[in-house]
Design a protein around this ligand. Structure first.
Ligand code: ZN
Length: 154
């Protein structure tokens, strides 16, 4: 699995919340054998989107300790959950071609984030559980394989 974005931390401050000292990343792993962990509930402890890295870094608190997800902007944009991107079918799938510059992140209540992209697309409401699932899938499958999924697992 490519981890070319893994070292680009600390380029800018958090959007909200606070980052404690960085927990150790998951370390070497065999992606295909790593199970997807269930959503631990709650909200992210920290969210960072360094401008230099096309990655959204989310720190979660889980029973086993902190979990850090590195979500590629291309994944987050391509899996925008809004009806405009996903249509009205029940399948959630990757939609290529959207602008991948993350402009803004705003909390929605205490359950989701609203993301605004460089082309002003901002109708996607990403629940924390959904972001967790994307993070786990990108961690286990890798970025390219996640884009090629027929349908996002439930
Ligand atoms: Zn959308």
């Amino acid at each position: 699995m490519q981890t070319h974005f893994a070292s680009k931390r600390g380029a800018s401050g958090p959007y909200f919340g606070q980052m404690a000292s960085m927990p150790h990343p998951q370390g070497p792993q065999s992606p295909s054998e790593t199970p997807i962990r269930p959503f631990p509930g709650g909200r992210p402890q920290g969210i960072r989107a360094p401008h230099s890295a096309r990655v959204l870094q989310i720190t979660w608190s889980s029973p086993e300790g902190p979990v850090v997800h590195q979500l590629s902007h291309s994944i987050v944009r391509g899996y925008c959950p809004c009806a405009g991107c996903q249509g009205h079918g029940s399948k959630v799938h990757f939609v290529a071609g959207g602008d991948q510059e993350l402009r803004d992140i705003q909390p929605v209540g205490n359950y989701a984030l609203s993301l605004t992209w460089g082309d002003h697309h901002s109708t996607g409401i990403y629940t924390f559980e959904y972001l967790w699932k994307l993070g786990e899938l990108e961690r286990t499958l890798g970025t390219e394989a996640l884009k090629e999924l027929d349908e996002l697992p439930r």
